[in-house]
Design a protein around this ligand. Structure first.
Ligand code: NAI
Length: 329
């Protein structure tokens, strides 16, 4: 029998975890033929709730689920893990300044970065979903000098999927008719969903839409503020869609992107498209066998340039702030 792939999930007793774990266990991440061992990390007070989730995982009798370990020590839970999905983070609470938020999350992602550095398997791939995702990924990466920088990524696939849904609705098509959409920059309200290179049933999406006012006044704000709209409607932040996107992102990274298409992933910048080197910023990428490459040679129009620059400037500010706090070197 095959050795199980060890998949770590942090914040496992949280809302996203409650969707994510069942999908991983059912084979949605690694396929129906790969046994998976779950390694679930929580803070101590949430371990009891996590035990309840484990009871439900047991009760689901998933054929691909080979084992479950839980704990509150990343040095134990991350031992030998092949994939790490870092979902748990400190949410912004009332009256909390941005600096406080970065500091609280810094405390989490420095520790987890070091623990991955010291204990994860050599083939480790890391997806950060917990917010502020890009900067949390940067902190983890900076605290894991022995892990290649390209093994760290942050989730902008939910933004990508949200943009696909809006574009399909506008053009009267299905998401499967759409290709080459890009989310650039930060997973925040400054992110830039770019349809200028996208295709709708093989035709240029911006030309099919032919409505720049819709792009600027409807499409962009709808995608950028979708998270807030869901909180307003549901009374809780998006969880099932975030779990689905975390699966999509990590599965496609490991398995490879489709021929003739690309994905949006936040990965370390090599300076492509004038995104400052070293920032973890969303790009159009193709993937193969667990490796990614930034799509090169796209023409960036003035409108896109301004939007990309604004979002990467925000990322550079976040990097400067966590540097000041001593969270990265
Ligand atoms: P939640 O608050 O329901 O769950 C978070 C869990 O993380 C809690 O159970 C908490 O105990 C745990 N946790 C906190 N610190 C931890 C630590 N040091 N180690 C292990 N676990 C820890 O939140 P939810 O809804 O599951 O969201 C999780 C994160 O994902 C949030 O930061 C949220 O903002 C972010 N998010 C990101 C999205 C994206 O597209 N990148 C989309 C939606 C949410």
């Amino acid at each position: 029998s095959t050795t199980p792939v060890k998949v770590a999930v942090t914040g496992a007793a949280g809302n996203i975890g409650y969707s994510l774990l069942f999908r991983i266990a059912s084979g949605a991440l690694l396929g129906p033929d790969t046994p998976v061992e779950l390694r679930l990390l929580e803070i101590t007070p949430a371990l009891k709730a996590l035990e309840g989730v484990v009871m439900e995982l047991d009760d689901s009798a998933f054929p691909t689920l080979a084992g479950i370990e839980i704990g509150d020590d990343p040095n134990v839970v991350f031992d030998g893990v092949n994939v790490a999905l870092l979902v748990g983070a400190r949410p912004r609470t009332k009256g909390m300044e941005r600096g406080d938020l970065l500091e609280a999350n810094g405390a989490i992602f420095t520790v987890q970065g070091k623990a991955l550095n010291d204990h994860a398997a050599d083939d480790i791939r890391i997806t950060v979903t917990g917010n502020p995702a890009n900067t949390n990924a940067l902190i983890a990466k900076s605290n894991a000098p022995d892990i290649p920088a390209e093994r760290f990524s942050a989730l902008t696939r939910l933004d990508h999927n949200r943009a696909l849904a809006q574009l399909a609705k506008k053009t009267g098509t299905h998401v499967t008719d759409l290709k080459k959409l890009t989310i650039w920059g930060n997973h925040s309200a400054t992110q830039y969903p770019d349809i200028f290179h996208a295709e709708v049933a093989g035709k240029n999406a911006a030309e099919v839409v032919n409505d720049q006012a819709w792009v600027e006044n409807d499409f962009l704000p709808t995608v950028q503020k979708r998270g807030a709209a869901i909180i307003e409607a549901r009374g809780a932040s998006s969880a099932a869609s975030a779990a689905a996107a975390t699966i999509d992102h990590t599965r496609d990274w490991l398995k490879g992107s489709a021929e003739g298409d690309w994905l949006s992933m936040a990965v370390v910048s090599d300076g492509s498209y004038d995104v400052p080197e070293g920032l973890i910023s969303s790009f159009p990428v193709t993937t193969k066998d667990g490796n990614w490459e930034i799509v090169q040679g796209l023409e960036i129009n003035d409108f896109s340039r301004g939007k990309i620059d604004a979002s990467t400037a925000e990322l550079a500010e976040e990097r400067a702030a966590v540097k000041d706090l001593g969270l990265i070197g």
